[in-house]
Design a protein around this ligand. Sequence first.
Ligand SMILES: *Cc1c(COP(=O)(O)O)cnc(C)c1O
Length: 409
Amino acid sequence: MNGPLERYFGEYGGVYVPETLVRPVEELTAAYEEAVRDATFLEELSRLLRNYAGRPTPLTPAQRLSEEIGAEVFLKREDLLHTGAHKINNALGQALLAKRMGKTRLIAETGAGQHGVATATAAAKLGLSCDVYMGTEDMRRQELNVFRMELLGARVIGVDAGSRTLKDAINEALRDWVSNLRTTHYVLGSVLGPAPYPAMIRNFHRCIGDEARRQILEATSRLPDTVIACVGGGSNAIGMFSAFLEDRNVELVGVEGGGCGKGPGEHAARYFGSPTAEGKPVPTVGVLHGTKTVLLQDADGNVLPTHSISAGLDYPAIGPEHAALHDTGRVRYVAASDHEVLAAFETLCRWEGILPALESAHAVAYLLKEYRNTGKTILVNLSGRGDKDVETVRGIVGTGRASISGEDG
Ligand SMILES: *Cc1c(COP(=O)(O)O)cnc(C)c1O
């Protein structure tokens, strides 16, 4: 939760916001810096994470899977957290900070609904009101999460603009924030947005890496050879990686959504993991939602749509710190296809009795693809649980089929 608060990561990051948001962003920076110097705040957040969210999460040696693939695999179990994913770390951190700033209302954007649920949960726990912006297309696709947020006392506000998805919901949330600054804090959901959000959110997720590093040292007396995490905006990955950045011998791998590679007009892998095949857009430097980073856009700067089997990886940009880590080569970014992800989902169910989130299954997919019979010690961040994805998987593989791996396409 504590840590440096970089404004820039190499050439990326910064504060690209309208004039009206400059002050609020500065106030947030000051409030965060002040809060993390206060032992009361740190203790209260630690207590919430421990007694309410379920930290520390276990590190599970994946014994059967390890024997099967010929590598020593450990799973960091963020899937066991309250609300089912790492997102609650950040939601609780920001909610507690908002309360300390005297705000009475949280707003958030959500795509698949996971961040909305985490924010609504934190708001209920801390006695704050909560409005969540969500594209109407996403609301249709994620009915159950809309209801979940409403049960938690939040109001879900449909956004009918643009593609009616996450990107449009963020625009609307920013607009709301500008008009309600006195009462409202905007809880951003990943390591995106203007400074201080990317560094602050990473710091709220650093517990993932700090715990995992300690746990794997306890279990094996050494550091892992490789750490793998999936990358949407990049928050679970950076929370994990940040504890290993200085360990030069530890290989760090971020896995993006590779899509199905078929949908016309859909750009599957949106970023570095994307194959630079002819005709595919190349990710370029640009500004989106207040930060300078790498994103998918056309020659006129229009942001292009993405497609992934997992809604949580479906965002056209990546956090600025990841863009910098890519450029220095410290982290390797790759992609897993929808098909590989489904096979990995099934593998983890069968060999370990764990249903991973489809996002997290991307990390497992790359493990299965590249590390068989290497004998390496590999730490995989299991960012969330797969209960929310069972319907999706069922829709693809049907109910009658016993196995999805080995299928072609
Ligand atoms: C939201 C989500 C992600 C993607 O977000 P990051 O900011 O890249 O971590 C990954 N896994 C799960 C389970 C999620 O809910």
